[in-house]
Design a protein around this ligand. Structure first.
Ligand code: NAD
Length: 350
């Protein structure tokens, strides 16, 4: 384990006075990874999933870990959880077997003695999790099905926003466009498929797209660069970061944006632009907190209880109601309101 010196990372735009960034390497199996801890919580662990991605450089992987760990702190705070945010990024290395890289990574996690509790993010699935869990008890998500509860949280958000923002009270009339039909997109489709009017889907992975379309044949396939242009009630970015940028914002043709992807906004002023256009942007870390809530429940309890988790995920509705109330009253973007609410909580965390 290598602790990265603050002076080497403090000039990165994503650095938010993070408590600690460490490097976990094992050259024998091609493991290169980073774990960023956003806040220093002396006794409690920090939570955040692990991303396995084709990063072009170590700096890119560090920046992603910094950005995503901060977001995890915000997510935890507004989900009413007492834990801090962290995130790990592993650099994909095709010269070595993925299984070996992941096993070595899981073994390295043991050296953190439970200060970091993690699961799977983009690039990792249940099979990977099972392999890693054999090497370390600090991996969660095997029992609690985080993708499912992320989707459940998104559904609660859709219900709350469509009702409170007068988009549509009747679920059966709603139209959706979903960018990315991976693990969360799939679980969300299972919830809404037979309940709503029309669903457009896109994915850059054609095999995946065909697989999903076979399961949900009434969905309409759209090219990835056109998905944000569809005239729908709800646009759902459920792929990677920065779906909402200067270009795509001009192309939006929806009434609300409610997606699972982390860091959807390229920059905060994009949220202001979306607000000016009269579109409701649901802050990503508020509406995608269902997965985190479910893995924290798994960590805290010996038994799995679906009803208990679902009840906890309902906090998303309450938080959104408060964000909507303040957005209307203060006449500013929901993203600004949510950030302020989260920062107030984080500033009191020890
Ligand atoms: P995933 O890797 O299973 O799915 C992502 C999908 O998006 C893939 O099928 C990929 O091919 C597709 N994709 C990538 N770029 C695209 C593009 N430009 N256009 C269309 N499709 C594209 O990941 P996931 O677990 O479903 O997570 C999706 C997003 O939600 C990620 O940003 C993740 O960080 C976030 N998230 C996930 C969870 C969870 O429980 N899995 C929880 C909170 C947030």
């Amino acid at each position: 384990m290598n602790i990265l010196e603050k002076k080497k990372i403090k000039n990165l735009h994503e650095f938010d006075n993070h408590h600690l960034v460490i490097r976990l390497d094992d050259p024998k199996v091609g493991l290169k990874s980073f774990v960023a801890f956003h806040k220093n919580l002396k006794i409690l662990p920090s939570f955040g999933a692990t991303r396995f991605w084709k990063y072009k450089s170590k700096t890119e992987a560090i920046r992603d870990a910094l950005r995503l760990s901060k977001l995890m702190s915000y997510k935890s705070a507004l989900a009413g959880l007492k834990y801090g945010g962290a995130k790990a990024t592993i650099i994909q290395n095709n010269k070595f077997p993925k299984a070996k890289i992941l096993e070595a990574y899981a073994e390295k996690l043991n050296g953190l003695h439970g200060k970091f509790i993690t699961g799977t993010d983009v690039g990792l699935d249940l099979k990977d999790l099972r392999k890693m869990r054999k090497k370390s008890k600090y991996l969660v998500g095997l029992k609690s099905n985080p993708e499912k509860y992320t989707a459940v949280g998104l559904f609660f958000a859709v219900e709350t926003i469509c009702r409170k923002m007068c988009i549509n009270n009747n679920l059966k009339d709603l139209t959706f466009s979903i960018q990315g039909v991976g693990k969360v997109g799939h679980k969300f489709l299972r919830i809404i498929y037979n309940k709503v009017s029309k669903i457009y889907i896109s994915d850059t992975d054609n095999k995946r797209l065909k697989f999903i379309h076979k399961l949900f044949p009434k969905t309409i396939i759209i090219k990835p660069n056109k998905i944000q242009k569809q005239n729908v009630d709800v646009y759902m970015p459920c792929a990677l970061s920065h779906a909402l940028n200067k270009q795509t914002v001009k192309e939006l043709n929806c009434r609300a944006i409610i997606g699972s992807a982390n860091n959807q906004l390229k920059s905060k002023d994009i949220a202001d632009e979306i607000y000016r256009r009269g579109i409701f942007y649901a802050p990503d870390y508020v509406v995608n907190a269902g997965g985190l809530i479910s893995v924290v429940d798994e960590y805290e309890n010996k038994n799995f209880n679906a009803r208990r988790i679902e009840k906890k995920v309902k906090i998303i509705k309450k938080t959104l109601e408060e964000i909507i109330r303040r957005t209307i009253k203060e006449k500013r973007s929901p993203a600004r309101v949510a950030d302020e609410m989260a920062e107030k909580i984080i500033s009191k965390m020890k």
